[in-house]
Ligand binder design. Structure first.
Ligand code: SAH
Ligand code: SF4
Ligand code: F3S
Length: 440
């Protein structure tokens, strides 16, 4: 009987894509997935450590999963991802139940680590630097749940060093994946029925800068769009500082690039932006947005914001609200500042009390709620293109190119097709509509 694995993923889309790769690796060596951790021979937690909360979640899950060993003493528990990379042995000492540990640097070593653990050794493989052969990981397939939309990681790591952020520590320096390797995967995915390609990285707009002969990210967009069968392209996350005019022009020029962009601004005050070391001002950010809105018709924007960065005053915070009012994002992901071990911001004077963070967060959410209901009206009675992804309760569901969920009545044979719908009802998070025509 083949062995079973269960994987639990925390964190961002990159981590989800890493888990899809880990699933591919495990399948290659004969493991089968299970949705029930209690019947697994191998439990993997792919962890996140961006804020304090995800750290705590991992520990409480470990407390639960360790019961597996009572039933199945040979079962293995593995911890992967960013918390593993940051905390390493410190975490193993806290949770001795961990048998295997690795990170995004060395997922390709998993088969070896399983062998070591099965032989009774603790297989803790946390490396200072990514190993030279890390590109081997691309040779493994990914195992996806969504048949029509696929993530493709194009760049690992981050060189930006924002003062609050732990990612450069957990994912290392920027390493762009080669154009050839990316296009290879895109072709394989399209052959497998995928229609939407979502390029991923902590900082995708920096792709190609580290090559001997640098290639601009805009060039990659063109190359991906030329692969026959690629109907839609998205990319996450771009950094405002690297969002050059050629990228905006490529977005406008390439029909498959969706008219949506996630562009985190983090804070509206220039003083706070400087303390964060983001490398731009409020004015620079607003200018980039103005250019995007001018070139990419009806673009839907989303963003990340940190509330209560050290020394943030009421006046600073009002600049953040001002950016929300001016840009009118379709979606805002807002986080209370969380001090991360080893980051400069954690040591800064002037930490903001939690009550103040909570109060500012509430005001931010109130404002955003108002903006979202205003924006929702924009969709009423419009025609939208939707890629049909699933059938639920006898309705078809998919996303518009602006990344909004839309549902409508239609036949199952439309799964995987791009259709036009007329919007009959529009709310801040989703749309309802009627089928108008099948595009392709
Ligand atoms: N590379 C992306 C962000 C990745 S982390 C970028 O630069 O845009 C996702 C989001 O988590 C960040 O945009 C930020 O808003 C938030 N975040 C990161 N570190 C944080 C911290 N220490 N406290 C609170 N939020 C944080
Ligand atoms: Fe973190 Fe900044 Fe890099 Fe984003 S750009 S991952 S926030 S250091
Ligand atoms: Fe978390 Fe690592 Fe992503 S810290 S947000 S899983 S890069």
């Amino acid at each position: 009987m083949s062995k079973k694995f269960y994987i639990k993923t925390f964190g961002c889309q990159m981590n989800f894509n890493d888990s899809e790769r880990i699933r591919g690796i495990l399948k290659t060596i004969g493991y089968e997935p299970t949705d029930n951790w209690q019947e697994a021979d191998l439990i993997i937690l792919n962890t996140c450590t961006i804020r304090e909360k995800p750290d705590q979640k991992v520990l409480s899950h470990l407390g639960e999963y360790k019961k597996i060993k009572e039933k199945n003493p040979n079962a293995l528990i593995a911890v992967a991802g960013c918390l593993a990379q940051r905390a390493g042995w410190e975490l193993v000492n806290k949770a001795p139940v961990i048998d295997i540990m690795f990170s995004s640097f060395n997922m390709h070593q998993l088969p070896e680590l399983i062998n070591q653990a099965q032989a009774g050794y603790k297989a803790i493989a946390i490396l200072e630097e990514p190993p030279e052969d890390e590109d081997k990981v691309w040779e493994y397939p990914v195992e996806r749940d969504n048949p029509y939309c696929a993530y493709v990681t194009i760049i690992k790591g981050c060189d930006k060093n924002c003062t609050y952020c732990v990612v450069p520590r957990t994912r290392g320096r920027e390493r762009s994946r080669s154009l050839e390797s990316i296009l290879d995967e895109v072709k394989r995915l399209v052959d497998d029925g995928v229609r939407e390609i979502h390029l991923l990285g902590q900082n995708v707009t920096a792709w190609g800068k580290d090559f001997e002969k640098p290639i601009p990210f805009s060039e990659l967009l063109y190359e991906v769009s030329k692969v026959p069968g690629v109907e839609r392209i998205r990319f996450t996350t771009g950094h405002p500082r690297d969002l050059t005019d050629d990228i905006i022009e490529a977005m406008a020029d390439i029909p498959q690039v969706c008219n949506a962009l996630h562009l985190p601004f983090q804070a509206g005050s220039d003083r706070i932006l400087a303390l964060m070391d983001r490398g731009y001002t409020k004015e620079f950010y607003l200018e980039r947005i103005a250019k995007l809105k001018e070139k990419v018709k009806d673009i839907a924007l989303s963003t990340d914001v940190i509330v209560g960065f050290p020394t943030e005053t009421e006046e600073d915070f009002e600049h953040t609200l001002d950016v929300l009012e001016k840009v009118k994002f379709e979606q805002v992901f807002s986080f209370k500042f969380s001090p991360r071990p080893g980051t400069p911001a954690a040591e800064m004077d002037g930490q903001v009390p939690d009550e103040v963070k909570t109060e500012r967060m509430r005001r931010l959410l109130d404002l955003q709620k108002k903006i979202m209901s205003e924006l929702a009206k924009r969709y009423e009675r419009t025609i939208q293109e939707v890629l049909v992804e699933e059938e639920k309760n006898r309705e078809l569901i998919g996303r518009t190119t602006t990344n909004k969920w839309a549902s409508f009545k239609g036949d199952k044979s439309l799964l995987g097709k791009i259709v036009r719908i007329k919007v009959t009802k529009s709310s801040p998070f989703s749309l309802e509509g009627e089928l108008v025509e099948v595009v392709k």
